[in-house]
Design a protein around this ligand. Structure first.
Ligand code: GLC
Length: 608
C-alpha cells in the first residue's frame, strides 16, 4: 500500500519487497464454527444491533472492482450482472455493503476513474436496468450499495470538457482549470504555469494548442480537474449526487477528495529533500513535491459540508466515505468536520500503510484511532485496488512469503476485531496474492507503462476473482480475461476454501460473524493491554455491560507465551471461553499462559 497519496511511486518498493460457485453451494455452506477448534459464540453473548447506531458504524464494507469480480457475458470483463450473481456469496460472507469502483461510461484510460457520463452505466458493465436489478437484489439480502463518486476530475471525453477545450469563450471554459503558461507558447519553448506535478508522473499541466493555454490534471492527462471554484460545477456535481441517492444507493466513496482545490495564486510547491539534503526523486523520475498547494486546500471542507447536507436530507442513513491518505491522526480528525458535519467515514490508511508487522506502530495507531477522534468512527482499510494486497506484509517481514496466510489471519483479526468500521477488498478473504505483470508489454495500468520498471502499476492487485479451479477460475467463460488469472487459483479459490474449516475464507467469515454477534466485539471500547510487549499485540473490547473479549496476535515468526493480569479491570484469570483461534493455538486454562504459534491469534471471552 502506498504510504501517501502523493507518492504512488513508493508502491514499487513494496511490490519489490514483497477460481463457478453456485448459489446452492453458498447457501449450504453457511459459516460453521467450532470444527477447527473455534467455539461457537454463546447465546448469552449474542445481541441485535442497537437501533440507535447507524448501519455503517459496525459495517463490513466490501470493495468490488467490477472489471475483475465476475463476468456474466463471456467478454473477459466483469460486469454488474456478474456481481448480482454473487450476492448470495457476499451475504454468506457477512458483508453489509459493497462499494463498487466506477462503472459509469468511460474511455477506461484509468479503468473507470475517467468518467464521460456520471448518470449512466458503461455498456461493458451492463445497463441501468442491470444496475437497478443489482440494487433491488442486494436490498433483499440486506446489502447496501456505495457508489464511487469521482469528484476531482472527469474524462477529457466528457461533454463538459469537450465544450471547455473548444474555445476560450465557451460557457464551459471555466468548468476546468485553464491557465496561461509562465512562458507563453508550446513546450519546450513555452513553460507551464508552475511546477505542479501529476500523481501519475510529470507536469500536471497539459498544453492545448487550440487555445494556447494549459489545463490542470492531478492524475492522467485524460483526467482534467474540474474547477470547484465555479458554482455551476458545484451545482452540476451535487445534481449527480442526488441522481444516485434518488435511486437508493447507500452513499458515496468520494474519490481523491483532498485534491478538489488548488492554490489560486499558483504558487510553486516545495521540493522534498531526502536525509542527504538532496531532492527526492519519485518513480517517474520527477523531483518529489510537498503537495502543499494542490491538496487539502481549506475549501474542500465547504464541499464536504454541502455533500453531507445533501446525504443527510435523505432517509436511510446515507454515508459519506472519503479516500483520505493522511499521515496524522489530527489530519484525519479534521476530515470528520468540526461539528461532525463532513465525512462520516474518512478512510484511516494510517494503520493500513504501516506495511510491516511492527507491534508498536500498530498499537499506537489503533489507540490513536480509538482515543483521538473525539468518539468519531474509524474506518480501517488495509487493501484496495491501488495498492499491493496484504501479502505485502509477509514479503516485508521475512522476504519469503512462508507465513503469508498466517499473517493474513493476523491482519484480518486487526481489521475485524478492533472497533473500526471494516473495509475489505474482494479476494482478500480467500488469500489472493498480488500478482504484478512480469513484462512491460503486459501492463494494462498506464502508470505501470510510464513508470516501468520502478512502478509496475496496479494490475497486480486487480487480477480476476478466483472462484473455483476451472479455467480462468470461474471468473469468465472467455479464454482472454482482461487481466490474466494468476496460477495460484488452482488452490486459492472460493470453492476450495468453502468447505475447508481451516481456510482463510472461513477465518474471515467467523471473524465477521463474531463481530456481528458478540456484544463486546460489536460495539465495545477498544483498550490496548500488555502495552510494552514488542512481539504480541493484545487488546480487550469492553462492552457497556462490561462483558469483554481479549484479542491476542503474535506478530512474529516465533512461538510466544503471554501472560495477562486483567484483575484490576475486573476480569478473572480463567477466560470464559475461546471464541476463535488459529490452528495450533491452545485453549488457555489461565491468562497466565496464553501460547501462540508463529503469527497465531487467540480471541477469548473474559470472565468477570
Ligand atoms: C483514486 C482511485 C485511483 C484513481 C485515482 C484517480 O485514487 O482510487 O484508482 O486512479 O483516484 O481517479
Amino acid at each position: 500500500m502506498i504510504s501517501s497519496k502523493s507518492d504512488f511511486g513508493t508502491r514499487l518498493l513494496l511490490t519489490a519487497l514483497i477460481a463457478s460457485w453456485s448459489f446452492t453451494l453458498a447457501a449450504e455452506s453457511a459459516p460453521q464454527q467450532k470444527s477447527n477448534g473455534t467455539a461457537v459464540v454463546p447465546a448469552s453473548h449474542r445481541r441485535a444491533r442497537p437501533a440507535s447506531d447507524p448501519w455503517w458504524k459496525h459495517a463490513v464494507i466490501y470493495e468490488i472492482y467490477p472489471r475483475s469480480f465476475q463476468d456474466s457475458n463471456g467478454d473477459g470483463v466483469g460486469d454488474l450482472n456478474g456481481i448480482t450473481s454473487r450476492l448470495d456469496y457476499l451475504q454468506t460472507l457477512g458483508v453489509d455493503a459493497i462499494w463498487i469502483t466506477p462503472c459509469y461510461p468511460s474511455p477506461q484510460i484509468d479503468f473507470g476513474y475517467d468518467i464521460s457520463n456520471y448518470e449512466a452505466i458503461d455498456p461493458q458493465y451492463g445497463t441501468m436496468a442491470d444496475f437497478d436489478r443489482l440494487l433491488a437484489e442486494a436490498r433483499k439480502r440486506n446489502i447496501r450499495i456505495v457508489m464511487d463518486f469521482v469528484v476531482n476530475h472527469t474524462s477529457d471525453k466528457h461533454p463538459w470538457f469537450v465544450a471547455s477545450e473548444s474555445s476560450k469563450t465557451n460557457p464551459r471554459r471555466d468548468w476546468y482549470v485553464w491557465r496561461d503558461g509562465k512562458v507563453p507558447g508550446a513546450p519546450p519553448a513555452g513553460q507551464p504555469p508552475n511546477n505542479w506535478e501529476s500523481y501519475f508522473g510529470h507536469s500536471a499541466w497539459q498544453y492545448d494548442p487550440r487555445t494556447s493555454q494549459y489545463y490542470y490534471h492531478k492524475f492522467y492527462i485524460q483526467q482534467p480537474d474540474l474547477n470547484w471554484e465555479n458554482p455551476k460545477v458545484k451545482a452540476a456535481m451535487y445534481g449527480v449526487a442526488r441522481f444516485w441517492l434518488n435511486k437508493g444507493v447507500a452513499g458515496f466513496r468520494l474519490d481523491a477528495v483532498n485534491t478538489l482545490y488548488e492554490d489560486p495564486g499558483l504558487t510553486d510547491e516545495g521540493v522534498v529533500n531526502g536525509p542527504d539534503g538532496k531532492p527526492l526523486i519519485n518513480a517517474y523520475g520527477d523531483v518529489k513535491l510537498d503537495d502543499s498547494r494542490t491538496s487539502f486546500q481549506p475549501k474542500v471542507h465547504d464541499v464536504l459540508k454541502d455533500l453531507r447536507r445533501i446525504t443527510d436530507s435523505y432517509a436511510g442513513q446515507r454515508v459519506l466515505i472519503g479516500e483520505t491518505y493522511i499521515s496524522s491522526i489530527e489530519g484525519l480528525r479534521v476530515m470528520y468536520g468540526k461539528h461532525n458535519d463532513e465525512l462520516e467515514l474518512p478512510m484511516d490508511m494510517q494503520i493500513g500503510t504501516i506495511n510491516k508487522m511492527d507491534v508498536g506502530t500498530f498499537r499506537r495507531r489503533i489507540d490513536e484511532a480509538e482515543t483521538q477522534l473525539d468518539g468519531a468512527q474509524p474506518l480501517l482499510v488495509f487493501d484496495n485496488h491501488d495498492n499491493p494486497r496484504w501479502d505485502r506484509y509477509g514479503q516485508g517481514v521475512l522476504g519469503n512469503g512462508v507465513y503469508n496466510k498466517d499473517i493474513g489471519r493476523v491482519i484480518a483479526a486487526v481489521l475485524f476485531a478492533t472497533r473500526g468500521t471494516a473495509m475489505m477488498y474482494y479476494g482478500d478473504e480467500i488469500g489472493m496474492k498480488t500478482t504484478p505483470p512480469l513484462r512491460q508489454e503486459d501492463v494494462k495500468d498506464p502508470i505501470g507503462k510510464i513508470g516501468w520498471p520502478n512502478e509496475k502499476g496496479r494490475d497486480g492487485e486487480r487480477t480476476p476473482m478466483q472462484w473455483n479451479a476451472t479455467a480462468n477460475a470461474g471468473f469468465t467463460k472467455s479464454t482472454s480475461p482482461w487481466l490474466p488469472v494468476p496460477p495460484s487459483y488452482r488452490l486459492t479459490n472460493v470453492q476450495a476454501e468453502v468447505d475447508d474449516h481451516a481456510s482463510m475464507l472461513n477465518w474471515y467469515r467467523q471473524l465477521i460473524e463474531l463481530r456481528r454477534t458478540n456484544t463486546a466485539l460489536h460495539s465495545g471500547d477498544n483498550v490496548m493491554v500488555n502495552t510494552t510487549d514488542n512481539n504480541v499485540l493484545s487488546w480487550i473490547r469492553v462492552a457497556p455491560d462490561k462483558s469483554a473479549v481479549l484479542v491476542v496476535c503474535n506478530f512474529t515468526d516465533q512461538p510466544q507465551k503471554v501472560a495477562f493480569d486483567l484483575t484490576a479491570q475486573g476480569y478473572k484469570k480463567q477466560p470464559a471461553s475461546t471464541l476463535m483461534k488459529t490452528p495450533g493455538s491452545s485453549d488457555p486454562a489461565s491468562l497466565d499462559a496464553v501460547d501462540l504459534p508463529a503469527f497465531g491469534v487467540y480471541i477469548g471471552q473474559l470472565q468477570r
